[in-house]
Design a protein. Structure first.
Length: 304
């Protein structure tokens, strides 16, 4: 066979292989998207079943957790947020969301469904464009593209008018979240939500350093442990009351509020992250292995 014919056949085979690979990638994307929405639908159905069949006399924190549902949040934080706000009482219907993403994060339901006033901040231009479009008809919501740091958080909240007491504060930036809460002095919230890193386990009080997150780190290298956040929050006048089932967010209330909602220790509240990373990656599920991995790679952590 002449070389030119062989090259043509090889090129044709490569083209067919590329088409098959692209088709498989599209199929896998559709499969993942279908699984995602099936999961969301199941959770929405179970939230209705809980309302219908579970009694209203459940002991806390079961009564709070039983009211979980999802309208705007990533998992089922919306129902928990509303239940805790009912328990603590609401003053002027103001919120602050640091790390809002394009959906408004844990405050999306307050802004979109309830008409609250608030501040949504994110460092991503794409997220801010999405949020601006989503909340365009909500004039009480301020949306800002900012890289919030421990050195600037007080200045930002003072400048935008969100100082003093607010009803709700959520922090989720996947890096120095602990240090933002630690530095915050101008604002107190009745309900506080912090994303925690479940892969750190419930015992060690560790966080990323107070510095920009370095690229190329293992997937589990973000945020702070539940024990570290509880320690900081307690010092700031909050108490831990719940972690939601997905193992993403920890919920706190101000210490002088909601006496009927019991305080939990980190070990009592901690939940593993249910949406595990790809097992083919380099992120172990066990906390001991995570710390071992970080030590081997020379990844810095701060004990607090």
């Amino acid at each position: 066979m002449p070389d030119t014919d062989l090259r043509r056949e090889l090129a044709a085979l490569h083209e067919k292989l590329d088409r098959v690979t692209a088709a498989l990638e599209r199929f896998e994307a559709h499969r993942k998207n279908d699984a995602k929405w099936k999961s969301i639908f199941r959770k929405q159905m179970t939230s209705l079943i809980r309302v219908q069949y579970l009694g209203s006399d459940l002991a806390a924190p079961y009564a709070i957790e039983a009211r979980r549902f999802r309208l705007r949040s990533q998992n089922e934080e919306d129902g928990i947020v509303l239940a805790l706000l009912q328990a603590t009482g609401v003053t002027d219907r103001r919120f602050v969301e640091i790390g809002s993403g394009g959906s408004g994060g844990n405050s999306g339901v307050l802004a979109y469904e309830l008409g609250w006033s608030g501040l949504m901040v994110d460092a991503s231009g794409a997220a801010i464009r999405d949020a601006t479009k989503l909340f365009a008809a909500k004039p009480l919501v301020q949306i800002a593209r900012k890289m919030v740091t421990p050195e600037t958080i007080d200045k930002l909240l003072s400048k935008t008018g969100f100082f003093g007491e607010i009803d709700f504060l959520s922090i989720d930036i996947d890096s120095f979240d602990y240090w933002l809460l630690d530095a915050l002095t101008v604002t107190t919230a009745r309900v506080l939500v912090m994303e925690y890193n479940a892969s750190f386990g419930p015992e060690r009080a560790v966080t990323l350093p107070n510095a920009p997150k370095v690229k190329g780190m293992p997937k589990a290298y973000y945020g702070a442990s539940i024990a570290a956040l509880e320690k900081c929050a307690r010092r700031k006048g909050y108490r831990l009351v719940l972690c939601e089932d997905a193992g993403v967010n920890a919920f706190f209330v101000r210490q002088d509020l909601a006496p009927g909602v019991p305080t939990l220790t980190p070990a009592q509240a901690w939940r593993p992250r249910t949406n595990r990373w790809d097992p083919s990656g380099e992120t172990p599920a066990d906390a001991t292995d995570v710390f071992k991995l970080f030590e081997e790679k020379g990844v810095p952590l701060v004990e607090v």
